[in-house]
Design a protein around this ligand. Structure first.
Ligand code: UT7
Length: 336
């Protein structure tokens, strides 16, 4: 427990980029057996964006560029770029290296981190660890996904949920309180939500091309739902206890945007007003590791977040993985 002021990463800029192409529920109902009514009632999603010309790298770069601009930080000043993604354009080079090139962040070391929908939260925690250890002072943390390329568009149980996009935050080392995060993984639960194998062979070493497989996201929706509504309130309570705070001390709970019923249930289980749980999944669906920074950027740009407010970020998803972190919002001294 560390209540005293020390070195911590403060968000000084945010950014987001979503594809132009809007795919609404009615259009999906044109090719799988579903309806706008069912999707909205069971998930809260009305529409989502899907990539056409955009890529995981291009969206990540644009979100990162906006975050740098707001922070008044030059690309050359960035020391590290962390990209959370489960849908990189390539296995390598990593997304972060391509973002570095696109932004001209020539001095930054970059790597990707994959923890599915928990990815942004875990990348944010990683950046905070580098900052509090005194290793780097200026870090760009991005979540970027093109999940529409991994979705089975004939499976109504999954294709209705996901969307594409990217969000970013620029962290700078400043005086502040260092909050301890809470984070967990459970590999046993992995089969409940899986993505395609990273490597698809055109021709195997023994010349057998039949070994090439086309795989998609698979999900046991009920199991993932149950996992989320049980574990997310627990981990939020855990991070509050760990930092000697109570739920009443928190102004905003920025949860991974998977399903409105999950967010509602978490608020109910914590006996908190749903107004403290902003949502934008109606517009974007579940953008996995991009959902938290896209929402943060929206709240920031709309002026909803105020100096000194406390936020809980909570992510959860494939792995299984889940976690929560606390941050204090500083807006007053942002360079314009
Ligand atoms: O980042 C984490 C990612 N994953 C999640 O957050 C997923 C969490 N789970 C969910 O969001 C929900 O489980 C879903 C939205 C995926 C599904 O909702 P559900 O209320 O759990 O539905 P269900 O799977 O229990 O299915 C109920 C019925 C079934 O029909 P029968 O067997 O009762 O006749 C399904 O076949 O609804 C049917 N169904 C659909 N009907 C219309 C499933 N998907 C659809 C659909 N449209 N898209």
């Amino acid at each position: 427990m560390n209540k005293e002021q020390t070195i911590t990463g403060i968000i000084r800029g945010t950014g987001a980029c979503v594809p132009k192409r809007v795919l609404d529920n009615n259009e999906i109902a044109g090719f799988v057996d579903t309806s706008d009514e069912w999707i909205q009632e069971r998930t809260g999603v009305k529409r989502r964006r899907i990539v056409e010309s955009e890529t995981t790298v291009s969206m990540a770069s644009e979100a990162g560029r906006q975050a740098l601009e707001e922070a008044g930080v030059l690309p050359e000043e960035v020391e590290m770029i962390l990209v959370a993604t489960g849908s990189a354009d390539r296995v390598f080079p990593c997304t972060a290296c391509q973002v570095q090139e696109a932004l001209g962040a020539v001095g930054a070391v970059g790597f990707d981190l994959n923890a599915a929908c928990s990815g942004f939260l875990f990348a944010y925690n990683t950046a905070q660890a580098y900052i509090s250890a005194g290793i780097y002072r200026t870090i760009l943390v991005i979540g970027s996904e093109s999940l529409s390329r991994l979705v089975d568009w004939t499976d109504r149980g999954t294709c209705i949920l996901f969307g594409d996009g990217a969000g970013a935050v620029l962290l700078r080392a400043e005086q502040g309180r260092n909050y301890r995060p809470a984070a967990h993984s459970d590999g046993k639960g992995g089969p409940a939500l899986t993505g395609p194998g990273a490597v698809t062979r055109i021709r195997s070493i023994d010349g057998d091309s039949s070994k090439t497989k086309t795989e998609y996201i698979t999900m046991n929706g009920k199991d993932v739902f149950q996992f989320a509504v049980r574990k997310v309130p627990q981990v939020i309570q855990e991070v509050l206890d760990e930092n000697e705070l109570s739920a009443e001390d928190i102004d905003w709970f920025v949860l991974h945007q998977a399903n409105a019923r999950i967010v509602d249930s978490v608020a109910r289980r914590l006996r908190l007003d749903i107004e403290k749980f902003p949502m934008n999944l109606q517009e974007y669906g579940n953008t996995s590791s991009a959902s938290i920074p896209i929402l943060l950027n929206e709240l920031n740009r709309k002026g909803v977040l105020r100096e000194g407010q406390k936020l809980v970020l909570a992510g959860f998803g494939a792995g299984l993985s889940w976690g929560a972190s606390i941050l204090e919002w500083k807006s007053g001294s942002k360079t314009k």
